[in-house]
Design a protein around this ligand. Structure first.
Ligand code: ZN
Length: 308
């Protein structure tokens, strides 16, 4: 009995810690396991976005996706099940806890497997998979066994309207990938943008196939859209949602990184010397700075020291 009481108290405490995080400033790391002495979050978690009636975030580890529940069905995004064979079904199970309405759509944010592997369970449940056309072209070549091909593709934009909710899908050019869709809920003024705009942290591994100059133009287009809150694809800023200021700061960071490496690259210092000398002290206190800096340096060395 006492043990049960302790267990339920512990569960309550965890819920209290985890619940309000989406709209508040980061205080705790979200990664499962966490740092010693800090509370860890469950591997899987589903949260309703504060102030909305039907917008949810499904999180699996350090990946997350948005889903929208309408009377006529569910619009889901990104299965986030790379290396997690049961992740797609677990996502569906979480949706079923909220609604019995059918899952009508699964939208891929871009072609990277860490976000879109695991769609088979959605396909089996009858969902139509939608992605940018370039995502389909890539997936057709790669034939990843865990990533079903899209059923429908988008070139520039499309609005999905279901059960009274509109979800705008826009391609704003090359940026984090060549297949990224910006998803915007005009009524809720929420955008779901994966990997292009890390919230309050240094970019890192996501720079590997980043389009440096084009991304700046994409972010300007995103800033030209009407939205207040940004759901990122990784909750590693403590789970808080992004703001327009976060997006602007990320643009500034990229512009400053580019300018810094431009000097080094044009002095003939790429790769080794430039990568060693490249620093962005203004961001040294940002989460992910030490790990992310080499990825940022290498990508911009590619541009200013190589031309690509
Ligand atoms: Zn990505």
């Amino acid at each position: 009995m006492a043990r049960m009481l302790i267990a339920s108290l512990a569960a309550m405490l965890l819920t209290t810690i985890a619940s309000p995080g989406w709209s508040q400033a980061p205080t705790q790391p979200i990664a499962p396991g966490g740092a010693p002495g800090q509370p860890s979050r469950p591997q899987i978690e589903t949260m309703k976005v504060e102030g909305t009636e039907n917008v949810y975030i499904f999180r699996n580890g350090n990946h997350q996706a948005m889903f929208i529940v309408t009377p006529e069905g569910v619009i889901a995004t990104d299965p986030v099940a790379y290396g997690r064979p049961t992740g797609g079904q677990q996502y569906i199970d979480e949706i079923k806890k909220v609604t019995q309405a059918p899952i009508r759509y699964l939208i891929y944010s871009h072609h990277h497997f860490d976000h879109i592997a695991g769609g088979k369970a959605f396909k089996d449940a009858g969902a139509t998979i939608v992605a940018h056309k370039r995502a389909k072209e890539r997936l057709e070549v790669l034939k990843d066994p865990h990533t079903p091909l899209p059923d429908e593709t988008i070139d520039t934009d499309r609005t999905i309207t279901l059960g009274g909710t509109a979800l705008e899908l826009s391609y704003v050019g090359l940026n984090h990938s060549d297949s990224t869709l910006v998803m915007r809920l005009p009524r809720e003024k929420i955008v779901f943008i994966v990997d292009l705009l890390p919230v309050g942290r240094m970019p890192g591994r996501g720079m590997i196939d980043f389009y440096q100059l084009e991304a700046e133009e994409s972010i300007k287009k995103v800033l030209g859209m009407d939205w207040d809150r940004l759901i990122p694809g990784h909750p590693d800023s403590g789970g808080r949602l992004g703001t327009r200021q976060d997006a602007q700061e990320q643009l500034t960071l990229l512009q400053e990184a580019s300018a810094e490496m431009k000097k080094l690259g044009q002095e003939g210092k790429c790769w080794d010397t430039a990568e060693k000398e490249f620093k962005l002290p203004k961001y040294a206190t940002w989460p992910g700075y030490d790990q992310g800096l080499p990825f940022v340096a290498r990508r911009y060395c590619g541009l200013w020291g190589r031309g690509t």
